[in-house]
Ligand binder design. Structure first.
Ligand SMILES: [Fe+2]
Ligand SMILES: [Fe+2]
Length: 291
């Protein structure tokens, strides 16, 4: 006979999260697509990578607005890539018999929700007509390798998931707090994502805590360099757009503007805010990473 449902630990949380995921709310239906407009900012000014840079601030508003839209589509690209990896890993786990019913059930809820987010992202890209110009995620060697080979269900894998969920979630929450400054459909997208993500993050934190708790201190320490590498590459991609994004917004040469964003003190401060929660969570579990 298989072990009882939820024998893998955290059963009460899994059941509670699964209850909260029912009934399913389709993100595609949560967005007022008719409100999507290129005449509005898609990111609040402070969330634009060049905010505060005098050469950027001197540009006409239409161009600054255009960059906010292309940068937002860049975040959407990150979402598609991250969720693709996560959905693949969940689906791979389904090739084994479902001995832990509560856990398998909850992961299927996450799969359904991530799939809904990805459909929402694709719909935004289709309606925006802006195209996918930033394909660096799919070529990021270290991150893609780590995502493929980190053992399923390991502390390493789930700590990476935690970073990949907490950092974008901080941005979504920032967008919601400043919804008056951006296109309403974009605020809807941030809201639909943040609602589901709160459950995903609670789950990832619980798994990381449980896996690390079962680990000797030396093994925990051994994870830090790998996580630090993953964090650095992820932040480089997610928080600092590639030259193609600036070029698409008419800021040429894109390479020069990308370097300006990297040197921009206001951007660095904003990125530190985005990273704060993820780093605090990991520190609580004994994993000390540098921003
Ligand atoms: Fe998601
Ligand atoms: Fe998620």
């Amino acid at each position: 006979m298989p072990p009882p449902a939820g024998h893998g630990g955290g059963a009460a949380l899994l059941e509670q999260l699964a209850r909260n995921s029912t009934p399913y709310h389709d993100p595609l239906a949560r967005v007022d697509w008719e409100a999507l407009s290129l005449d509005a900012f898609w990111l609040p000014p402070r969330a634009i990578s060049l905010h505060g840079d005098p050469r950027f601030e001197a540009l006409p508003e239409a161009q600054r607005r255009g960059l906010s839209q292309h940068e937002f589509v860049g975040f959407i690209a990150a979402g598609l890539w991250l969720e693709g990896i996560f959905m693949e890993r969940i689906a791979r786990g389904l090739r084994r018999p479902p001995h832990d019913l509560a856990r398998t059930g909850y992961l299927l809820h996450e799969l359904r929700e991530e799939c809904g987010h990805s459909l929402m992202f694709l719909e935004l890209m289709r309606r925006s007509g802006l195209g996918l110009v930033d394909e660096r995620y799919w070529r990021a060697r270290a991150l893609n390798l780590l995502a493929r080979v980190a053992p399923a269900d390991s502390a390493l894998f789930w700590a990476c998931v935690l970073i990949g969920e907490e950092v974008p979630d901080r941005l979504n929450r920032f967008l919601r707090r400043h919804r008056g400054e951006i296109c309403p459909a974009i605020a809807d997208i941030a809201t639909a994502h943040a609602i589901d993500e709160a459950r995903h993050i609670a789950h990832a934190r619980e798994v990381v805590e449980r896996r690390l708790g079962a680990m000797p201190v030396w093994r925990r320490r051994a994870l830090v360099p790998l996580l630090q590498l993953a964090l650095r590459q992820f932040v480089g991609l997610f928080c600092y757009p590639g030259p193609a994004v600036y070029e698409a917004a008419g800021l040429r040469p894109g390479r020069v503007w990308a370097e300006r964003a990297r040197a921009n003190p206001a951007r660095r401060a904003f990125v530190a805010e985005l990273l704060g929660t993820a780093l605090r969570s990991l520190r609580l579990f004994g994993l000390e990473l540098r921003p």
